[in-house]
Design a protein around this ligand. Structure first.
Ligand code: SF4
Length: 310
C-alpha cells in the first residue's frame, strides 16, 4: 500500500517536474536536462507500483513481480530490434526497439507473437540496451524509435536506459494513446516525435476489436493534452467496414486537436492473427476503399495524406 510519505514525495516530484518542464521547455532527448530526465524516471517508477502506466489502471505492484492486463513483468522483454527505414524522412535510418506485451489486444495485430507473449525475445536490461543503441548509432541510426506492442508498460526502465546512453539521439515513441494524462506529461519534453496511432472513434469498435473500453474518449483526451506541447505524427490504420465510423471520427478528432498537422492514413490493412476468418476484418482493404477512406478523411480534416506517400 502507498504510504502518506510516498504520496507526499510523489506530489513534490510532480511539482518539480512541472517547474522544470515549464522553465526548460526541452524539445526532446538531446535537449532534456539530466535532472528532468531523473525526475521523469522517478515518477514513472512511482507509477509502476501500483501500476497506472496505461488507461487500464490495473494497480498491480509491478516492481514486486505482479502482472496486470499487459502481462509485462519487471522490467519486461525486448522482442526485437533493428535499424529500419520505414519512417519519416528526417527520422530514418532509425533504430527500432519493439517491447513485448501490449496494453491493447487488437485482433489484427501484426506483432501478435510479441503481444501474446510478454516474454518474447530477451530480458530488457536498461544498461545493456543502452549499449545496443550506441552500437546501432555507430552503424548509422540517426534516431531511436520505441514501440511494441506499446512501450508504456516499460516506461520507468526506459528512462533508466535513456540515462545510461553513451550518446543521446532524438527519440521517436509510437503509441496508441491508451494512456492517462500523467503518462502524456512524462512523454512531453523527452520524446522528439510522438507517433500517435489512433485506432477507433467508436466505443463498440474499440471493445470488439481491441478489448479497449473507453478508448475513443481516452485517446481524445491524450491528444488534447498533447496539443501544442510536442511534435506529433498522426496516423490511423483504415479498417475494412470502419471508414464511416472510425476513419471519419478519428479524422474529426485530429482536426479538432491538431488542425495544422497532417493525418497519415495507413491503407495497407491485411488480416493477421485472430482477424483471419473475422466476418468484417478477415479481408484486405481494397484500392477503392482506400480512396473512399481518403475522401471521407478529407471531408473531416484539412490535411490528410496516404502513407506510404501517394
Ligand atoms: S501497463 Fe500493464 S499492468 Fe500497468 S496498468 Fe497498463 S495493462 Fe495494467
Amino acid at each position: 500500500m502507498t504510504s502518506v510519505r510516498q504520496l507526499a514525495h510523489t506530489a513534490e516530484l510532480w511539482a518539480r517536474h512541472r517547474d522544470l518542464l515549464e522553465s526548460q521547455a526541452p524539445s526532446g532527448l538531446t535537449d532534456i536536462s539530466d535532472e528532468l530526465l531523473t525526475v521523469k524516471g522517478d515518477l514513472a517508477l512511482a507509477m509502476s507500483s501500483p501500476c497506472r502506466l496505461c488507461a487500464r489502471n490495473c494497480r498491480v505492484d509491478r516492481l514486486s513481480g505482479e502482472r496486470g492486463y499487459c502481462g509485462v513483468g519487471w522490467p519486461g522483454f525486448v522482442g526485437e530490434e533493428h535499424i529500419h527505414f520505414g519512417e519519416l524522412d528526417d527520422v530514418i535510418p532509425t533504430h527500432s526497439v519493439f517491447f513485448s506485451g501490449c496494453t491493447m489486444h487488437c485482433i489484427y495485430c501484426r506483432k501478435m507473437a510479441l503481444v501474446q507473449d510478454p516474454e518474447h525475445g530477451v530480458p530488457f536490461d536498461p544498461a545493456e540496451l543502452a549499449l545496443t543503441v550506441e552500437d546501432r548509432r555507430l552503424q548509422g541510426a540517426r534516431t531511436l524509435k520505441l514501440l511494441g506492442g506499446t512501450p508504456e508498460p516499460q516506461l520507468a526502465a526506459v528512462f533508466e536506459m535513456l540515462r545510461s546512453l553513451p550518446t543521446r539521439l532524438p527519440l521517436v515513441w509510437e503509441t496508441t494513446l491508451y494512456v492517462p494524462r500523467e503518462v502524456v506529461n512524462l512523454l512531453v519534453g523527452v520524446v522528439d516525435v510522438l507517433v500517435c496511432n489512433v485506432r477507433y472513434a467508436e466505443e463498440a469498435c474499440a471493445q470488439r476489436y481491441s478489448d479497449a473500453p473507453g478508448y475513443p474518449a481516452i485517446a481524445r483526451k491524450a491528444l488534447e493534452a498533447l496539443a501544442g506541447r510536442i511534435r506529433v505524427s498522426l496516423r490511423h490504420l483504415v479498417l475494412p467496414g470502419h471508414i464511416e465510423c472510425c476513419t471519419a471520427g478519428v479524422a474529426r478528432m485530429m482536426q479538432e486537436t491538431f488542425p495544422d498537422e497532417p493525418l497519415m492514413l495507413l491503407t495497407q490493412y491485411a488480416p493477421f492473427g485472430d482477424a483471419i476468418g473475422d466476418p468484417v476484418l478477415g479481408r484486405s482493404l481494397t484500392a477503392d476503399e482506400a480512396q473512399q477512406a481518403l475522401a471521407v478523411a478529407r471531408a473531416n480534416k484539412e490535411l490528410v495524406e496516404l502513407w506510404p506517400m501517394d
